[in-house]
Design a protein around this ligand. Structure first.
Ligand SMILES: [Zn+2]
Length: 119
């Protein structure tokens, strides 16, 4: 995978970062490139998707992670198709809501009880 895109040489040296991606310089032809050109690391994508599920907007994601809006949208589409567990995130939120509702209901009952005791 780590071959120069121009001359296919394997003699690549690390040459700083560009937009969070490791940049490499080819020792043979001097061409600068980021090896992650073929795609971002899966871990990074998952992080972006997690942020998206937390309610971060696409434009905000683009700014925070320094990736194109079109890239974010393509990942969302891809993840929605490929990862069924992402879809379950919504039901997890519903469960949390139900728990919250039950908690509020219990508190209300406690409150009602307190009122009765006062009289
Ligand atoms: Zn090269």
């Amino acid at each position: 995978m780590k071959n120069c895109r121009k001359c296919k040489s394997e003699k690549l040296v690390k040459n700083g970062f560009l937009k969070g991606r490791q940049r490499y310089k080819c020792k043979e032809c001097g061409f600068n490139q980021s090896v992650e050109y073929v795609g971002y690391p899966e871990k990074f994508k998952v992080k972006v998707m997690q942020a998206y599920l937390e309610g971060v907007g696409i434009r905000a994601l683009s700014r925070i992670f320094e990736i194109g809006v079109a890239t974010v949208i393509s990942w969302i589409k891809k993840f929605a198709k490929e990862l069924p567990e992402i879809e379950t995130a919504e039901s997890v939120q519903i469960v949390e809501m139900e728990e919250m509702y039950n908690w509020v209901k219990e508190k209300k009952q406690d409150l009602a009880l307190d009122c009765h005791l006062q009289y």
